[in-house]
Design a protein around this ligand. Sequence first.
Ligand code: NAI
Ligand code: MG
Length: 496
Amino acid sequence: MTLTPELDPFKLAKALSGKHLIGGKLVPAGCGEVFEVDNPATGEIIGTAAFGTKEDVDIAVISAKAAQKDWAKQSARARGKLVAECGRVLSAHVEELGRLVALETGKALRTESRVEAGVLADMFTFFGGLGSELKGETIPFNPDMLTVTVREPVGVVGCIIPWNVPLLLMAMKAAAALVAGNSVVVKSAEEAPLTVLRVAEIMNTVLPPGLFNMLSGFGPECGAPLVEHPDVKKVTFTGSVETGRIVYKAAAEKLIPVTLELGGKSPMIVCADADMDQAVAGALAGMRFTRQGQSCTASSRLFVHESIHDEFVAKVKAKVDAMVMGDPLDEKTDIGTIVSDGQLERVRSYIKIGEETKGATKHVCSALPTDPKLAKGRFVQPVIFTGMKNSDRLCQEEIFGPVCAVIKWSDYEDVLAQANDSEYGLAASIWTRDFKLAMDATKRLEAGFVQVNQNLVVQPGLSYGGVKTSGIGKEASLESMLEHFTHKKTIIFNMK
Ligand code: NAI
Ligand code: MG
């Protein structure tokens, strides 16, 4: 069976309303309840999502457990072929998925949502090719014994995902888990349940029923029972540090492995000799202005050398000013909205903290949309604060919004110490033409993902994950799939 792409996201949102996907079928929540999903650009209700509870988790896990047995018996390459086939089929739905995720999250279609839908498909294609890499080792333990290791799947994997990049973050987890021989139950974020449900529907035209299940619901009612379920043998979570701690504790009770991708407050260090235009473009990309800064990797601490500080800030501001804020579905729009009222409040409260910070100057960028249809939209003008100190709250706490803190620096050792003076350690970048300095910084920056003269996002094939409170474990690569989605079994044959 193939599904025809539905390019009207409003129609699709209605069609997907009120459902989980369990055992290959779209089904309502066991309790019969739903919650509303709105369009962050207008506040209008676009559909509903099934209100998942323990009852639904139990059914989904039973279904996943049964499907996993046969899946694990298939050859790794056969599994890989089906995972890659998901990628192929999903790539035919990029436009559809891009529009729907723009509608439910408020991320602009052209600059963000369509791009994300493309990477979703690519992630499945990438992991699909890794089946034959699930290799073990031969160990020279004893000449009379053949000693080998084999990679075995862990079983049912629970994936808990956030709303900011729901497709990509889900794909990183699910594609790796599946090719390694596991089955998957995903709990979507309450702010973005519909597009990932459509992805599940599409994937279920390719995969055997029960292998990939999608539940919608809230953390305590649906996420917690998934983590706590005795038949869930691994949890992979992306979200806040606070919830990450809860998930880690619950998993500790069961003694199961966990991957956590949590927050960030990533430093971007611009040196005096940096290529100015390249670094300005890097600051725009790194800060994720087009995504309203809603990124765990956002380079929200911008350290600029004093000799270029004023020119650099002026250039960044001019570029953000030139960005068009508007309806996420409009091709002209560069910047969409904040996802929810809760996040909007959080962003506004941090802007207020910035205004009250001693020595800080606020630079408001771009312009709010004037279309009356968008009057109730969750739009916020991006803000750059100059005159910040690394010890200020705006430089220490994750905002997850379009708020960039600029810190002027003069001494390399000092800026490095400041960059590392953070509880987080997800990403970092340095911008310089001095290769030796760059090399030194890459060694000393405390982060899981360090870049020189660029601010790329997650790439299939490159291990991604943080140190310190930014998380535990890696994702998106061959190594991460082997380490985090399989058990290594040691087998000894006595040949004597
Ligand atoms: P969150 O961490 O509460 O939510 C992420 C996911 O965890 C959602 O699916 C949620 O339903 C689920 N969840 C919540 N409580 C749970 C529980 N007790 N057990 C199991 N699952 C649970 O993040 P939220 O509330 O969306 O955003 C709050 C802040 O977290 C943001 O402002 C941002 O700073 C940070 N965040 C970081 C993300 C990242 O990519 N690292 C993504 C989203 C948020
Ligand atoms: Mg929360």
